[in-house]
Design a protein around this ligand. Sequence first.
Ligand SMILES: [Mn+2]
Length: 351
Amino acid sequence: MNVESKIQNPESKIIYNYLLSGGDLLAVSHFSPDGDAIGSLIAFSGMLDQLGVEHLTAIADVLPEKYSFLPGFDRIRKFDIQDSTFKIPCNRLVILDAGALPRIGSARSCIGKGTKVLNIDHHYSGPCYGDINIITHEASATAEILYDLCEEFSIEITEQIAYGLFVGILTDTGRFRFSNTSSKALAICADLISKGVNPGWVTENVYYNLQFENVQALARALSTIECHLDGLICIVSLDREKDVNDTEGFVEYASSITGVALAAFIREIEDKVYKISLRSRCSVDVAEVAAKFGGGGHLKAAGFRYLGAKEDLIKNLVDELAWNITAHKITRGSKFIERTALQPDDEHIEF
Ligand SMILES: [Mn+2]
């Protein structure tokens, strides 16, 4: 029996036929790529290899070095319109993990009249911008959707595919702590480990391989730590610096202090322009708080930009956070930490 006739899901059959339909194929993911963007792209590339489909993979951005340990990482190119390797427009464009078309940046220029777009994603925000769309909200990561496709297409999970998928799920679940950490996500990871993934090695590379400059920046940020309203609000900030390129997770030092209900990390990105990340561990919706400052996000993780003096920003922000805490009757010592936390996925907060 051939593979196609074994595929149960009609949606998967369409994808299978699309992939084997011929013509050039470019697979891309979103700019500011995270572990799921890079891992999914590497895994998908390995899947296409096995299907015998010639293809290119690219991202229209700088690739973070910390993922360079992944087998197959070198095959991802930086997308460049000037680069004649890329066919513009292309026949087929596969877009992974991008909730909206602008998220692929300049790779959009590959889309012409005849281009067939396949969109594979798990974000809520996503309008179905592809000609074919496979949007699975329940999936913890795009990598999880690709794992299912491997099964359906009888694709053998090679080392490259296994590591790509594992990194996608590991990072999109925040190391298995966000609410999308499902039994299915863990079962897939268990299977990937049985296929040779070394989870400790992955975690070391992704999370414990920090640039010295970034740790120094963390030290400076933490030295600014201030608490308000009986320790319920905690704020850290970092003034503008050249060498710092990764402040991911800084806000979590403020939000993980015992007794803190709302936390903020303020980073100066240009002279007197600030990017603020908010976190809630209580019933206060920080997306609403962010919206008052012109930003947005999720219930538990949101953000906004601010132009002006830092002192004014801190005063206005603390006032707003304090007002919310009081409105929600949260006091020091009350058990406010909620059992379910939404996925703090900064990457997809547009503000
Ligand atoms: Mn993702």
